[in-house]
Design a protein around this ligand. Sequence first.
Ligand code: ADP
Length: 415
Amino acid sequence: MKSTDSRLHLQHATLVSLAQSRAMESGDFQKTLQELTEALTRTQQVQRASIWLYTAERDGIACLDLHEAVKNEHAAGVVLKQNDFPGYFRALEEERTIAADDAHTDPRTREFSTVYLAPLGINSMLDAPIRHRGKMVGVVCQEHVGPARSWTQDEQNFAGSVADFVSLALEANERIKAEKALAQQVEELARSNAELEQFAYVASHDLQEPLRMVSNYVSLLERKYKGKLDPDADKYIRYAVEGATRMHRMIEDLLTFSRSARDEQSIETVDAQAVAKDVLANLARAAEEARAEILVHPLPTFRARGPALSQILQNLIENAIKYRGDAAPRIEVKAERSGDDWRFSVSDNGIGIDPQHSERVFRIFQRLHERGKYSGTGIGLAIVKRIVESQKGTVWVESTVGQGSTFHFTLPAEA
Ligand code: ADP
């Protein structure tokens, strides 16, 4: 038996090395348990050391790892049932270290005497409870083969420290399991999103062809038979042509929508002022017709996806012109820094949006007016939302009916 000093020294060194265990850090649970049982056999000078956890039903304990020093082998899987060893389990439930110098006679361990201890030549047992999240969850066992020995206080303490390491390993294991589950969920979500996107794209793309056929033939019908059949027939044909035209526009928009947030656009230095200028040039005719006054305040230059910003501004300014009230449209485009983002706004003095619809307007094909009053299919804001969110920004609207609306969106200043 080692002297007390060198024993304490070894215990201390072992605890330090366990604290730096790679297996523990990387979350390799089984390897960590093996390191712990090996540390026990080596440091406590026992032939057998094992780690046990309660079964899910709590009707027994299952061996997660047993290290046998002589053979230097690990084993696992044995289950001890509470019904077979009631005295031992009662002692365990007291949640105190069981230091049985003579395991054959100690009331806490003597149930093991003939069935287990004698065949293996074990005479002394030292068991330390494992506590985890305020509950006793298992036990760390040391079994000494050879003449009975008396467990010192420092050996009992060391067993307790190893039990604490098991608790840490359990914690790391739970955390890693949760992280893995989360990563898996994220991956599944990304996959189903991608599938949905693909579906929207393929569906709208493939629908174009039969639709083209329908529109061609109803147009042909219209041209050939207009005024030659009865008035009802003329009306029905006209409805069919209108329906086909509308559907064509919606499918085109759906395609634009499904293409809108693809990550193909590279990040570049974007001069928002120049982007706004181009957008205004595109909209010059509509602006002129509406006698719109559009004021663009100084806008930043920052790293972003250029075409994305252009599309957002185009849709918002176009709407600001389209949904004007009786007065000539007065539109302002601004940007200000807000933390890590640039916060843009496009405000108008138009018809406004009832706040109860301020979420709905961003949904695909959602419009607040009957068809015919304003042109459009209800996809512009859905595209804006999709683009902004794909750039990790947010978009929202503040509005008062009859007074105007302000659309805000943020984009990260450093994409
Ligand atoms: P669209 O203009 O094709 O209808 P959008 O998705 O761009 O589609 O807009 C959805 C709805 O939100 C519009 O139908 C309109 O009712 C409302 N809306 C959008 N922009 C404005 C605005 N600047 N002022 C008032 N209403 C607006």
